[in-house]
Design a protein around this ligand. Structure first.
Ligand SMILES: [Zn+2]
Length: 153
């Protein structure tokens, strides 16, 4: 599967239909260029089962969700992806109450996650990869120019 682009909900549902697929997606986006160990800066490693990356130098194992919006998300990756998709493709702003109802997430939890997403969306052009997910991957419409800024920091 290619990096998910566009606003087609059908493609989204097809390509990212469960937690596993979402994790695989994160891993691919995260390590598509290269791997740099967060602990020691080593660039050689290999991908392990379960979408973790194993550093050859210090043996640190990094999860696909580490340093992304989706790290330790309480309601599962799939729902989290859906929320981000919804937020990035909807022309109107969505409330945490709506999101909570739609995805069976507690409103407070939804609100907290959505805050992170909003922040990431605002800063994703300026700080493409640090601390967040590639929100721009979800929104692509008219945002091609951000591609050059997507290098890892
Ligand atoms: Zn390392």
């Amino acid at each position: 599967m290619e990096v998910f682009e566009g606003q087609s909900i059908l493609n989204f549902i097809k390509g990212l239909s469960n937690d596993e697929a979402c994790k695989a997606y994160l891993a691919r986006v995260k390590w598509q260029d290269d791997f740099t160990c967060m602990k020691c800066g080593h660039t050689k490693g290999c991908e392990k089962l379960g979408y973790n990356y194993h550093c050859y130098s210090c043996h640190h194992v990094e999860s696909a969700t580490t340093n992304t919006l989706f790290h330790k998300v309480k309601f599962g990756l799939h729902k989290a992806f859906c929320v981000v998709f919804e937020m990035s493709t909807s022309s109107k702003s969505v409330s945490s109450i709506q999101i909570g109802k739609r995805f069976s997430i507690r409103q407070g939890t939804a609100w907290y996650f959505m805050q992170k997403v909003r922040k990431a969306m605002q800063s994703s052009q300026k700080y493409p990869l640090s601390e967040l997910v590639h929100v721009d991957e979800f929104t692509v419409c008219g945002k091609e120019e951000t591609k050059q800024g997507r290098k890892k920091l």
